[in-house]
Design a protein around this ligand. Sequence first.
Ligand SMILES: *[C@@H]1O[C@H](CO)[C@@H](O)[C@H](O)[C@H]1NC(C)=O
Ligand SMILES: *[C@@H]1O[C@H](CO)[C@@H](O)[C@H](O)[C@H]1NC(C)=O
Ligand SMILES: *[C@@H]1O[C@H](CO)[C@@H](O)[C@H](O)[C@H]1NC(C)=O
Ligand SMILES: *[C@@H]1O[C@H](CO)[C@@H](O)[C@H](O)[C@H]1NC(C)=O
Ligand SMILES: *[C@@H]1O[C@H](CO)[C@@H](O)[C@H](O)[C@H]1NC(C)=O
Length: 556
Amino acid sequence: MMPVNGRKFVRVVKYLLAGVTVFCVSWIACVNEWHAGVRWTSSRAQLGRAMSTMRTIVAYSEGKQAEMDRPTPLTCDSLPVFPKINHIDRSWPGEARNALEWQHVAGTRVSLYAAYYDERTAQRYVRILATFHGRNYSTEGALFCQTRLRNGNLIEDTVEVVAAKPLEIWWHKWDVTPSEVDTPLLLSCPLTEPLSGPSVVSVVTEPCDNPSNAFELKPIKDTNKRTRTFTICVKDMNFDKDISQSLVEWIETNKILGVDLIDMYVDEVTEKTKRILLHYQDKGLVRLFHVPIKHKSGRSLWQRRRDHILTYNDCLYRNIKESEYIVPLDIDEVVLPKIANTWPELLNRFNNYGWNSSERSSVMIQNVFFFDFMQEVDKYSSNGRGLKSKIYIKRDDVRIKDNDTLEIDEIELIVDSNNLSNEVIDDSQEDEVLYDKYKSRCGTKLPTPKLVKHIVSSAVISPIGFYSKSWMLTKKVLTAFNHYPLQSLGASGSVGWSAPFKEVQLNHYKESCNTTVVGECARYGRRARIDRAALRLRRQLTRALADAICTGINII
Ligand SMILES: *[C@@H]1O[C@H](CO)[C@@H](O)[C@H](O)[C@H]1NC(C)=O
Ligand SMILES: *[C@@H]1O[C@H](CO)[C@@H](O)[C@H](O)[C@H]1NC(C)=O
Ligand SMILES: *[C@@H]1O[C@H](CO)[C@@H](O)[C@H](O)[C@H]1NC(C)=O
Ligand SMILES: *[C@@H]1O[C@H](CO)[C@@H](O)[C@H](O)[C@H]1NC(C)=O
Ligand SMILES: *[C@@H]1O[C@H](CO)[C@@H](O)[C@H](O)[C@H]1NC(C)=O
């Protein structure tokens, strides 16, 4: 069961048979990622329900241990042929010739999207992002990875073949409908030795088969040093209306917060939105990629959720060497520090609360909804005092159309001012000058950002595990989904860490609760509170927008 044994054994095989032989290693023993003794710790009693979800996910990973077994040597009559390699460019808009290309594993229901070399643990892996048509991979046949060096045209004459370890990137209980789906899959192929140069990996159903697919692997040398702290991942952007204004606000906000780079996966956007994206790409603030799977009518919501998981994991593996954290976010979400000014500063402050990145795989941030229908503060009737008062108001215009029995006609507004985290920053002379200058220069009024306009939130703060988003440590996460890591690396396990709410919140700006929050709309919609935490960014953001919109981009 020790790594050394496996490695030594294989070297012998290689020495004896190099040139004509494929050696086949089944699950070599150092695969300790499946031992993950994941726990979920939190002092909050309210987390009970969220915890149970996490534990179930963990139990699934522990069941995988059983599949490990010993290396077996294997001889093929001839070396599998060298596969045809297509160079695939996923950049958006790019040439788009083969940007959406998937490769099929002949004779299976498995399709392959991308392969990455993973050096995060002493045991090196090739990780292959794939899907299979079905819901339960355990009924599918075995797959093998053939890995070989590729030195220009000089092809090495050995091929390493190992059994691929399949891991569904999904949790069955999320969706128990019987409809047909494609489920995301991570194939992990342990390597007997680190890759020594550019290589090729193919997936086959029999160890000696000639491959019908191939991916290039490029180990990057001397990049122990990560170049970025935070990289945001934005899943499949598909907007038929123009979102350029909110997009500029969101990108500028994250720039102010100290985010290094935003990886955006684009499906369909309007021409104007496209120009904004390209502008920020030119500035080096965003990278643009095609989505792994384009949206088509007829793809169910549950299928789309599976599709998005591929996007997030592509973003994860793209960044494992480059970025310390990845942060899956939508463009209606802002991770807002309430005391620190930037994310790096906030991360520093976490050390005082017991954050330890060698013990945890993610920082989880609590969600606060800002619904459009709650804004317009002046519509709430006031008792004239304001302070700590509860104001009951009758509202007829708020109705959840999806459910005739659910109607919000009464929102209780809780006003607690004099609160440090709700500090109001007054308009100043300086701002007026800025607005005037902008108007005379650009001919239009400088738009007020959503972050500044929307200051009424739901009074219900979502508990951890519900709508929360995470900073995910790339050195720890094996598979990711929208909200927290699904599987983590290492025997020490993964423990999500709940960030103190007084330090940070996720501002989630929603038009209504008729899409994702439907069932809980009554709970989230009934009580509101003034939340001015985002106003601390107002001055900086207004300045940034004044610079960006009229002079910088000049297209909105
Ligand atoms: C998947 O299939 C295996 C083998 O048929 C079965 O034991 C397991 O319970 C199935 N899992 C689910 C979630 O249906
Ligand atoms: C973080 O955790 C690791 C592993 O448990 C431990 O060795 C280290 O001392 C911890 N660091 C701090 C600053 O507590
Ligand atoms: C400020 O608001 C937070 C929650 O919104 C609350 O926990 C805290 O006690 C308040 N602080 C003051 C000084 O009122
Ligand atoms: C959701 O609500 C908004 C505003 O309340 C409305 O414009 C939109 O059509 C609704 N969408 C659906 C799917 O009901
Ligand atoms: C509609 O409201 C009823 C009664 O409150 C509830 O049982 C049902 O789950 C709701 N449906 C949706 C789609 O939210």
